[in-house]
Design a protein around this ligand. Structure first.
Ligand SMILES: Nc1ncnc2c1ncn2[C@@H]1O[C@H](COP(=O)(O)OP(=O)(O)OP(=O)(O)O)[C@@H](O)[C@H]1O
Length: 274
């Protein structure tokens, strides 16, 4: 299918109008073969979901429910067994080739022999972006994540939270449209996590990216998201989609609101029986 044909998949959108749906997941099934010759593992079964442009959406659910598989399928790191994903009218491969994804994993995988600045710079070097532009972007990104004064440090000189900030700066440096984050804060202590959650919301508000965020933490998902998607395991299915109608901008005070607890309980209850 050509790019134009793919774009035509978005019925009703002209080339100038921004499609309402950033990511459309249609009847997605992902199976993994069993290496002992048994039944395949059904990681995701018939999952359908529309993600809006500029939305902050979280995927939660018990271990093994397919959160990472879904994120990887969006990122074109995992191919569907059936069903499809359409991103801005194109297949994920096209979006990946166009460098429209920024991906942040649980561990930022920084290069120890490169300074913070040179770590953030790396994807732009690979893309052949001119040096002057790279330098300006690195400065902009380090300011955005609050690490401007740490550009000449090496990863081992940074705390875990600072290293994760470098990972976020690096993902944002190529100016992606969509940020895919897989448990980015789960290895951090509670204080660092809370600070990074607030800072991520500030970055999201400034940059207007679409963010798909995988987490084990219901309260983290409620605090950050416009919508929380609950998956249930074996096979991984969509079990609930909850709109989080808490006011923005959100801060630590948000976590004290009765409505915050109500959302957390509602989502926790939707886990029951899973
Ligand atoms: N490469 C693979 N080969 C075989 N099975 C896999 C593979 N990747 C994932 N699975 C299986 O698919 C299911 C979903 O895994 P996935 O990692 O997506 O779940 P998850 O919700 O992200 O889990 P967790 O919360 O523990 O990270 C699990 O049963 C897992 O064992």
């Amino acid at each position: 299918m050509s790019t134009t044909e793919q774009a035509a998949l978005h019925t009703g959108h002209t080339s100038t109008a921004a499609p309402r749906n950033e990511i459309r997941i249609e009847d997605l099934t992902v199976q993994f073969p069993d290496n002992k010759g048994g039944e395949p593992v059904v990681a995701l079964s018939n999952v359908s979901l529309d993600i809006r442009r500029g939305e902050f959406i979280s995927l939660v659910g018990p271990s093994g429910c397919g959160k990472t598989t879904l994120l990887r399928a969006i990122a074109d790191l995992q191919q569907p067994t059936s069903g499809r994903i359409i991103v801005r009218g194109l297949f994920p491969r096209e979006i990946r080739m166009q460098k429209k994804y920024g991906i942040v994993f649980q561990s930022p995988v920084l290069y120890d022999w490169r300074t913070v600045r040179r770590n953030v710079c790396m994807p732009m070097e690979i893309m052949g972006i001119p040096k002057k532009q790279r330098t300006a972007t690195v400065t902009e990104m380090l300011e955005l994540v609050g690490l401007y004064n740490f550009g000449t440090k090496y990863p081992h000189e940074l705390s875990g939270g600072m290293q994760q900030r470098v990972g976020i700066a690096r993902a944002l440096a190529v100016k992606p449209e969509i940020l895919l984050m897989d448990e980015p804060f789960s290895a951090l202590d509670e204080f660092t996590k809370e600070k990074l959650q607030e800072d991520l919301l500030t970055i999201w508000e400034k940059t207007q990216k679409t963010i798909v965020f995988v987490t084990h933490s219901i309260s983290e998902a409620v605090f950050l998201s416009d919508r929380v998607v609950v998956l249930s395991p074996h096979p991984g299915r969509l079990s609930a989609v909850v709109d989080i109608d808490l006011p923005r901008p959100r801060s630590l005070q948000t976590k004290q609101m009765p409505e915050f607890y109500e959302y957390v309980n509602k989502i926790r209850n939707s886990f029951e029986g899973v």
